[in-house]
Design a protein around this ligand. Structure first.
Ligand SMILES: Cc1cc2nc3c(=O)[nH]c(=O)nc-3n(C[C@H](O)[C@H](O)[C@H](O)COP(=O)(O)OP(=O)(O)OC[C@H]3O[C@@H](n4cnc5c(N)ncnc54)[C@H](O)[C@@H]3O)c2cc1C
Length: 485
């Protein structure tokens, strides 16, 4: 039925203002793309709109924290956050006085592991000139809908802002974590069940002697242990995962990557595993730490991934992913010290296995764990249960109404491995009909299914550069400018 808005309604419905590029999500990825577009010379005032509910651009889930215990996982020298200025962050740490105010940042080998909140400050400062100059407009709203409209896209935020954009870039990478089904079922609504520790002050109510059950043993779990210990927590912490594998430590000193995994491409996961083992043996014989091999794997990760056919990519994810990730995503020395101390004094326990019973009472949660290899059942009582399984990427489309709608309308589809959204090598979303959509782009970790290694800052920076070059050449130079209605 055709419904015609009354004159009053027409005045209440905000007009969509035109822009060249709408970026959804202003974390590190969205902010970096906005900045590169702004300084690239193809945009005018308000041409770039970034929808981001957080107060600052550039921080996102990873760096938007006021917890001073949380540090970057890699040294500042390796962050390479600003394309063409690889040492910009390191210089800023020195020049801004941030390093002088944070003596714990410097590890024994001299490498600097800055606070995550300081990286957020650095990014916000980098964004300031392009925002103040009017090239980038930060709309502090969550995008609710993205709808095709003529040759462009109508993007609507939850505060009622609407823009008509020539190009839309999707950069809402990390969804909330999801607790394993039985835990979520048993503890749903329990006041001491923390299902999203990334929320501000999520851990504040945990008292110093409380016993804490951490579900997960990856970097998020180590963040929680570090954060609790830093604020004086002394109670027992049990970190639980199916495999029991924990992130490894960074190696001391400056390392060069070791290993060539692309000159003779591997087309199966098994061949890749053999090649890695050879490189590890070789590194050992030359007195190099294993970390240098994983640094080479990371650097060559996109080519390695793209050389594997989809069935072998699947095999890699099923059999090798967890092991790769615990060696690739490593903990900074400050965290390693805290975790080692906890493991030594017995107040931190790592438990691999399966949960077989969860029982709740008003103030405690009792859990039975079938501990792997021994098969013994351990019973533990806790005051708190914290989900630390990290972002639940498999649910990214269903948890974002605007993405679910884009999927329903055939504009996007999930990638075949459930890592994010399908796109081509130019980052263009692949529609349901299998064709790339020129004006809808996928940026950052959501594009991992296509690119492979695309989680860390340097890899995202490289994709951002490539994506901006692509849309500048293909689209922005040729498109007629939209005019305000
Ligand atoms: C805890 C953590 C620590 C990390 N540490 C390091 C490190 O030390 N070094 C390193 O190289 N890499 C690190 N990484 C990896 C890397 O930096 C991140 O993957 C990167 O920050 C991704 O940024 P992003 O902008 O793509 O995603 P996100 O950080 O997830 O940002 C997405 C943004 O989108 C916004 N958003 C979500 N939905 C909507 C919507 N509907 N409308 C509008 N906005 C929306 C969110 O508010 C968020 O700010 C870390 C990652 C995590 C999770």
């Amino acid at each position: 039925m055709l419904r015609i808005a009354t004159p009053l309604e027409r005045r209440l419905i905000p007009q969509a203002s035109p822009c060249r590029v709408a970026i959804i999500g202003g974390g590190y990825t969205g902010a970096t793309i906005a900045r590169l577009l702004a300084i690239g010379g193809h945009c005018e005032e308000h041409d770039i709109v970034v929808f981001e509910p957080r107060g600052k651009l550039g921080s996102g889930l990873a760096y938007d924290t006021n917890d001073s215990a949380l540090r970057l996982n890699v040294s500042a020298a390796r962050m390479r956050a600003i394309p063409d200025e690889p040492d910009a962050f390191l210089r800023w740490l020195h020049d801004s006085g941030t390093l002088a105010a944070d003596p714990d940042a410097t590890a024994a080998d001299g490498a600097i592991y800055a606070r995550r909140s300081d990286f957020a400050r650095f990014m916000a400062e980098r964004m300031q000139p392009v925002i103040e100059g009017g090239l980038v407009r930060h709309v502090r709203e969550r995008v609710e809908t993205v709808v095709r409209s003529g040759s462009g896209w109508r993007v609507t935020g939850d505060g009622g802002t609407r823009v008509m954009a020539d190009v839309v870039i999707i950069a809402t990478s990390h969804p909330k974590p999801k607790a394993p089904g039985p835990i979520a079922y048993a503890l749903n609504g329990h006041p001491r069940f923390i299902s999203d520790p990334s929320q501000p002050n999520a851990l504040d109510a945990i008292r110093d002697q409380d016993r804490v059950f951490v579900i997960g043993a990856g970097l998020t779990a180590l963040d929680i242990i570090t954060s609790l210990r830093h604020r004086g927590h002394e109670g027992k912490i049990v970190a639980f995962s199916r495999s029991g594998l924990m992130p490894q430590e960074q190696a001391a000193g400056t390392l060069g990557p070791h290993g060539d995994f692309v000159s003779k491409p591997c087309h199966t996961a098994l061949a890749l595993l053999r090649q890695v083992r050879r490189a590890l043996a070789e590194a050992q014989s030359r007195g190099l730490p294993w970390q240098s091999v994983f640094d080479a794997l990371r650097q060559q990760g996109q080519t390695i991934w793209q050389n594997l056919p989809p069935v072998e990519q699947k095999r890699f994810l099923r059999h090798l992913r967890r092991r790769y990730e615990t060696h690739r995503y490593r903990m900074p020395p400050q965290v390693a010290t805290i975790v080692d101390q906890g493991l030594r004094d017995g107040r931190v326990l790592m438990r691999p296995g399966r949960i077989c019973r969860v029982e709740r009472s008003a103030k405690t949660v009792s859990v039975d764990l079938i501990v792997k290899t021994e098969g013994v059942v351990e019973r533990h009582d806790f005051e708190w249960v914290v989900v630390a399984t990290g972002p639940d990427h498999a649910s990214v489309v269903t948890r974002q109404p605007y993405l679910a709608e884009l999927e329903r309308s055939g504009c996007i589809q999930r990638d075949k491995h459930g890592l994010g959204i399908a796109c081509d090598g130019d980052s263009r979303a692949i529609g349901l009909d299998g064709h790339p959509i020129e004006t809808l782009l996928i940026a950052g970790p959501l594009a991992r299914g296509t690119f492979g290694e695309l989680t860390g800052v340097p890899e995202i920076a490289a994709q951002a550069e490539q994506l901006v070059a692509g849309i500048s050449a293909r689209l922005l130079q040729g498109l007629p400018r939209r005019r305000h209605a």
